[in-house]
Design a protein around this ligand. Structure first.
Ligand code: ADP
Ligand code: MG
Ligand code: MG
Length: 207
C-alpha cells in the first residue's frame, strides 16, 4: 500500500476502541498503582464516543476522521489524558490531510508529539505518554521509505518498547509525580494506552 485513506483511519478508530475496551481493567490497574485509577475508564468512554460519532458521519479523508476523534476525545476523556490526546489527534488530523504515505505517517506522529509537548511540557524520561510517542515518531522516520504500513508497524513496536521502558522511571510530570520515587516500578498508563493506539493504527494498515 502506497497511501492510507479514510477507510484506514476509520478502521484505526474502531480497532482503538476495541483495544482500549479489552484493556480497560489493565489500564485502570496501572493508573491505580501510580495515579487515581481512572485511565481505563476515561479511554474506554472516549473511544466509544469517537466510534459512535463517526458512525453518524461519512468522513472522506483521514484528516476528517482524526479531527472528529480529536474533538470527541477532548470533550469525553477528561483528566490529563483528554486534552493531551485531543491535541495530539487535532494536530495529527491537520498533518494527515487526504492521504497518508510513509512521510505522512512521520508528519502525523511528529504533529501528535508536538501537540502533546506543547500542552503537557513533558520531555522524554519523565514517565508519561511522551515516552511512547517520541520513540514511535523516530522509528517511523527510519522506516518511512518503506511506506506507510512499515512506518506504522515500526512506530507501534517502538511505542510498546517505550511504554515498557517507563517502568523503572521516576515520574516528574502528571499525577504520578506526586509519588516521587514510589512511582518507580510501575508502567505509565498513558504510555501503555499510546502503545495500544499505535498498535491499532498498524493493524488497520496491515488489514
Ligand atoms: P488523570 O491523571 O488526570 O487522572 P489520566 O489517568 O486519564 O488522567 O491520564 C494519565 C496519563 O496522562 C499519565 O499516565 C501520563 O501518560 C499522561 N500525562 C499526565 N501528565 C502529562 C504531561 N504533562 N505530559 C504528557 N503526558 C502526561
Ligand atoms: Mg488517572
Ligand atoms: Mg483522573
Amino acid at each position: 500500500t502506497d497511501t492510507l485513506g479514510h477507510a484506514w483511519a476509520l478502521d484505526w478508530m474502531e480497532r482503538a476502541r476495541a483495544a482500549v475496551s479489552a484493556e480497560r481493567i489493565a489500564l485502570i490497574d496501572l493508573d491505580r498503582a501510580i495515579g487515581d485509577g481512572d485511565h481505563g475508564e476515561n479511554m474506554d468512554r472516549g473511544f466509544t464516543a469517537v466510534t459512535a460519532k463517526l458512525a453518524t458521519q461519512a468522513p472522506g479523508s483521514p484528516g476528517e476522521v482524526l479531527k472528529t476523534a480529536a474533538t470527541t476525545l477532548m470533550s469525553t476523556v477528561g483528566g490529563a489524558a483528554g486534552p493531551l490526546y485531543g491535541t495530539a489527534f487535532l494536530r495529527a488530523s491537520k498533518a494527515a490531510g487526504d492521504a497518508v504515505d510513509g512521510d505522512g505517517v512521520v508528519a502525523l506522529l511528529d504533529a501528535a508529539v508536538e501537540g502533546i509537548q506543547a500542552r503537557g511540557k513533558a520531555e522524554p524520561g519523565e514517565k508519561t505518554m511522551v515516552d511512547a510517542w517520541v520513540p514511535a515518531a523516530r522509528a517511523a522516520r527510519e522506516a518511512a521509505a518503506d511506506g506507510p504500513v512499515a512506518a506504522l508497524r515500526a512506530a507501534a513496536e517502538a511505542a510498546a518498547t517505550g511504554a515498557a521502558e517507563t517502568e523503572p522511571m521516576v515520574a516528574t510530570k502528571g499525577r504520578a509525580s506526586y509519588l516521587g520515587q514510589r512511582s518507580a516500578g510501575h508502567r505509565d498508563p498513558g504510555a501503555q494506552s499510546t502503545a495500544l493506539l499505535l498498535q491499532a493504527a498498524a493493524e488497520a494498515a496491515e488489514a
